[in-house]
Design a protein around this ligand. Structure first.
Ligand SMILES: [Zn+2]
Length: 189
């Protein structure tokens, strides 16, 4: 059942199939099914075949390409770090649904990175930029800019937040462990 104009939808709700419409603001393509990314009402541009979901208040955050997000590292496995997206940088009210993004090892920093654990560890707070919204739990992120990367690092031994001690190194004030990170120039520690 295709969503009608004015229908109230939730993140993940089916809107239309991608043969009929292309996803515009607040919508995404999930393997041929266009779904809602946000809480809001359905709008359709039949002439241009665009379907979108508009949030009830304009200031509600919507994830889109090039937006900066604040998130927390949930897992670092192989070539990909998983990130729980907490909020948009320009709007710290938090998000209406839970979004999960990923940073591929090639997108973590400029130049070669031997292993992702030299850039991130579980619990780190990061600022990243959205490169592609594939789905609610599949948002591609990158941190390969000076102003992106870890803004607060968590000690892998004792879980204290750490202090920046060089361009790519942090030290724990509690247990003195030193670890590598891909730090943002805006590191807060
Ligand atoms: Zn420590």
């Amino acid at each position: 059942m295709k969503a009608k104009v004015g229908d109230f939808v939730l993140p993940g709700d089916f809107l239309a199939v991608s043969e009929e419409f292309i996803p515009a603001e607040g919508a995404y393509d999930d393997n041929g099914n266009i779904k809602s990314l946000v809480v809001g009402t359905v709008e359709r541009d039949d002439k241009n075949k665009r379907i979108s979901v508009v949030s009830p208040t304009k200031s509600l955050p919507i994830l889109k390409k090039d937006s900066h997000i604040i998130g927390q590292i949930m897992e670092v496995r192989g070539q990909r770090a998983l990130v729980k997206i907490k909020s948009l940088k320009e709007n710290d009210r938090g998000l209406q649904a839970s979004f999960v993004g990923g940073i591929h090892v090639s997108q973590a920093q400029k130049g070669y990175l031997a292993k992702l654990t030299d850039a991130f560890h579980i619990g780190d707070i990061i600022e990243a930029k959205i490169t592609k919204v594939v789905g609610l739990d599949n948002i591609d992120l990158k941190t390969s800019q000076k102003d992106l990367g870890v803004v607060k690092a968590m000690c892998t031994r004792c879980r204290h937040f750490m202090e920046k001690t060089s361009k790519n190194e942090v030290t724990c004030p509690n247990c003195e462990k030193r670890e590598k990170r891909k730090l943002s120039i805006n590191y807060e520690g």
